[in-house]
Ligand binder design. Sequence first.
Ligand code: GLC
Length: 754
Amino acid sequence: MPGTSELSHVTSASGTSPRVEELLAALSTEEKIGQLIQYFYFKFPENSAGGPLGDLAGQPRMVEEALTRGGAGSLLFVKDPAETNRLQRAAIDGSPHGIPVLFGFDVIHGLRTIFPVPIGLAASWNAELIERAQAVAATEARAVGIHWVFAPMVDIARDPRWGRIVEGAGEDPLLGSVVAAAQVRGFQGGILGAPGRVIAGPKHFAGYGAALGGRDYDEVDLSDQEFWNTYLPPFRAAVQAGAGNIMSAYMDLNGVPASGNRWLLTDVLRGALGFDGFVVTDANAARDLVTHHFAAGPADAAVRALTAGVDMEMTVADPAFGHLGAALADGRVSPGQLDESVRRILVLKDALGLFDRPFVDEDAAREVLARPAHRDAAQQAAEQAAVLLRNEGAALPLDAAALRRVAVIGPLADSARDTLGPWVFDHDLSETVTILDGIRAYLGDRAAVSYEPGIAAPVRTFPSMFDRWEPGHIAPGSDPAVALDRAVRSAADADVVIAVLGEQQDMIGEAASRCDLSLPGEQLELLEAVAATGTPVVLVLMSGRPLELRGAAATVPAVLQAWYPGTRGGAAVARLLFGDVTPAGKLPFTWPRGVGQVPMHHAVTRSHAPQEQGRRYWDEESTPLFPFGHGLSYARFAYRDLRVEPASGTADGAVTVTVELANVSDRDGTEVAQLYLHQRHGTSSRPLRQLKGFRRVELAAGAAETVTFTVGPDERRYWSAATRGWVTDASTFDVWVGGDATATLHAQFTVTAG
Ligand code: GLC
């Protein structure tokens, strides 16, 4: 890991105020420790009277008791305004100094209004849209009394076996950084504590997405250069955008658990990145330092987490931080350490105005959660997130006027729960527009729309960690042959089939890694049978990771990746399929041909026998099915006249890259022009291509525009393992600009030493 040369000075503790200092001076040790403990508040019907969550039956009572003695500074998993007010009242009236509670929650892609999953938002490559989406989420969260969200998840993911790829922005540090900063701005607004905004909590610091084998929670062994050049940049961008919180990750990073790793949480986060907010552990990750065989016991875990740079412990019960009083008494932690962490929490509560305005207006909350403008924003996001992967023979858009019978087939078409995707907790299934709903509403009485799930049994092949099986769209136990036969008949009778296939929402996300990227269950068989009828088929994918498109999935003429499109997802997909909206999304990850190729990404170096770099396997190509940045349109774009000026410059200089982008079709459309850079030689081997700029450009039919990029030292700088530091080399650089990572329009420039 880098020496101290990369690390700037450690920033001072965040700002403070006379109120905070007076309070800090008055608090007992127990109350100070209480401010550093965040409890889940699991108050569900199931555990109020000995329900199925038996071992959590007493948890709410334990938490409420802790509140009244100042033993709980923060709670999570409370989303009802009456409940946040009730618990806030208990804390303020009951505890010795009446310190208000900080309510945190997982508001990942919306609270009541559900936006496309984050990987889908990233596929829009539209920072303004993403900022707007998270501003809506913040407005809804703050209205119900949530002050802090455990988002954005900014972990780079290059292994789609890892289920949490759905929660991030994909494989690339530049796109990841732009998306991370946009989300922080959306959540927080311009100033920490702004009304109607919340504290953003980028996670999981750091490197979590590189889990061994794509197995969630498993160890990460990351090279220095991968850490500094690939996995850290989105966190740097989030901190520079002003994030008030960071969540430390579960896993071991190079043999040291992230949540007990002083180099990571203090030297890098506060030293190199200049972070001055507070750090919370992931759930139970402090006590888990014992699980890692790192800490000798909970007391040791508490001391080492606090000393590493953790300020607050997230826990269900039995906090490791409960041992800090004894550690203080015997000198394993100092009063100054404790005060520094407590101060960070009190400063944030003060910035949020919680001491003066701790409660929310429950009537106002109902109005905010029901805002039509929020639903409209979610639909617009879903329309911009979708990626048109294939469109042979312009099979899409469909001509609604020419259709009489449309067969919608596939278990996900009618599943409101799956349309929303994972990490949703306050959604309204009844208002969710499924893809079937959207197609029926769009066509009205212009065409007869039939629906057949075609799958009799749940496609999920493993018990889910978070979700119970939702009854409804698939009739478990019905006869598979009958279900399939009905689907084939409806296809044979139709003018077109819209097949909606993919993964159920609980097959992705946390604790949902797969070692197989095929369409789960009998979905491929269903697609084969339907395609065999000869009726034209378009495939709509609902997933948060790339899936293997084999067999019919590899031959159907049109494939639209809809992700999990959210509350108005079906309405958005219908407008895309029938051409009211032209797809403009671009893949935020490389789409492999098969799971055997992963991990896979676009920024690889050139190695021995490069002529065979495309065929390193006996049994598969080494190239992806779809490249990073891929996405088609109903319009057609041409890139012309690429120029780089000046053609040669010094190391601290910048070049201006211009290209003419033309819409050479008769349809309006939007293109994400991408700039890729290659350095021909340097202190380290340099990747064949790296994304170093992108512009989302709306162009009317026949219009053209000059698109401009700047490539300077910031775009050329990298951390080199050869010198163990940041370098910008003199070299010759290749530049490509185009619609994905395989762009061919080329120019070059030279940077001379000095
Ligand atoms: C989970 C996740 C984290 C989430 C937290 C609270 O285990 O790892 O992303 O924010 O617990 O739900």
